[in-house]
Design a binder for this molecule. Structure first.
Ligand SMILES: [Zn+2]
Ligand SMILES: [Zn+2]
Length: 340
């Protein structure tokens, strides 16, 4: 076979020409003159392949250019490399080099383009900025909701939503507001509100209640709802002295199945199933307990200096306390009970 252009004898012809003649003066690979890259002005993410993602701007520019790269139909791309140079804050020049294969022969090709950043707002941000929400999580407490617990709960929810949103951009917190008696969190998803309220209920032994309200109709004519999840945290916290069926205990543990109580007389543990936890009542909050200094200690016994009377008092303890240590105690009808 002979090349129609140079007459060379060859066993591989492309459109009648040898590979050298076929590729000569022919753009094998093409990029448009410029490529627009959408960037969200609110979260800074880029739209690539119709998906919003968090990237370095140079990586995003390279990917945006790559999306628009085309090669002639006879060629197959073996590998692509690119060099990105910033022209101004919003423009990046992308030079691409590729190894192509045409009828078993490797050929090198080049192309370049300008990637320009275009400001926009992604759908998630526009919803968030538009105060979109489907669910309200109301965090309340049977007693006083301490700042530390409130902050802990809010932090937990924020962390949870942040990790969920990595896989599903429709999940976000619309707003967090302090209200009398607690916190209201507006959430973008009903399912997420339900899961979060369940998790809080399990972790803190809280009661939950949900209520629906009709807000309108979706484009397909179906009703759309908002759901309010009320999470009522019990007054008792781990560490508090509590009463249960007439006896005094320290609450040592709460899980979704119930709570563990340590008797302050005898120091034996009992387990209270979740359904019975409503009968657990706070006797003294841990932070409101009185403290005293140990002045003498032996196995199972210690002497403390009662801060009220300044008299030494013998108390029973589960383990040897150290002299000089500060311990908590509660009074029960004149009796001093040590709280581990
Ligand atoms: Zn030729
Ligand atoms: Zn955004």
């Amino acid at each position: 076979m002979f090349c129609v252009e140079c007459g060379k004898e060859t066993d591989r012809l492309v459109e009648g020409a040898c590979i050298e003649c076929f590729v000569r003066d022919k753009p094998l690979m093409k990029l448009p003159h410029h490529v627009d890259l959408q960037v969200c002005t609110n979260c800074g993410e880029f739209a690539l392949n119709k998906v919003w993602s968090d990237k370095e701007v140079s990586d995003a520019a390279e990917e945006a250019a790559l999306e628009k790269l085309s090669v002639i139909k006879e060629a197959r791309i073996l590998s692509v490399g690119s060099r990105i140079s910033q022209q101004d804050p919003r423009t990046f020049k992308v030079d691409m080099e590729a190894d192509l294969e045409i009828r078993g022969t490797e050929v090198r090709a080049e192309a370049d383009t300008m990637v320009r950043l275009k400001n926009t707002v992604c759908k998630r941000c526009s919803r968030q900025l538009g105060n979109y929400y489907e669910a309200i999580l109301q965090i309340r407490s049977d007693g006083n909701l301490e700042d530390s617990l409130r902050d802990e709960v809010v932090r937990k929810i924020r962390n949870e939503v942040e990790s969920l949103s990595r896989n599903d951009r429709r999940l976000f917190i619309t707003s967090v507001s302090e209200v009398t008696g607690g916190i209201d969190m507006k959430l973008s998803s009903i399912a997420m509100g339900k899961n979060l309220s369940r998790e809080l209920a399990d972790r803190y032994g809280a009661e939950t209640k949900e209520s629906f309200s009709l807000v309108g109709q979706a484009a397909d004519g179906s009703d759309t709802y908002r759901v309010t999840y009320l999470v009522r945290l019990p007054e008792h916290r781990v560490g508090d002295a509590v009463t249960f069926d007439g006896k005094l205990y320290k609450l040592t543990y709460i899980s979704k199945n119930g709570g563990k109580l340590l008797a302050l007389q005898g120091f034996k543990h009992i387990f209270v199933p979740r359904a019975d936890m409503v009968r657990v009542r706070v006797y003294r909050k841990r932070e409101e307990m009185r403290t005293a200094t140990v002045i003498f200690s032996e196995d199972g016994e210690a002497e403390i200096l009662h801060p009220g009377t300044l008299e030494p008092v013998l108390i029973l303890t589960p383990k040897g306390e150290k002299v000089g240590e500060t311990v908590r105690f509660v009074d029960l009808e004149g009796e001093i009970l040590y709280v581990p």
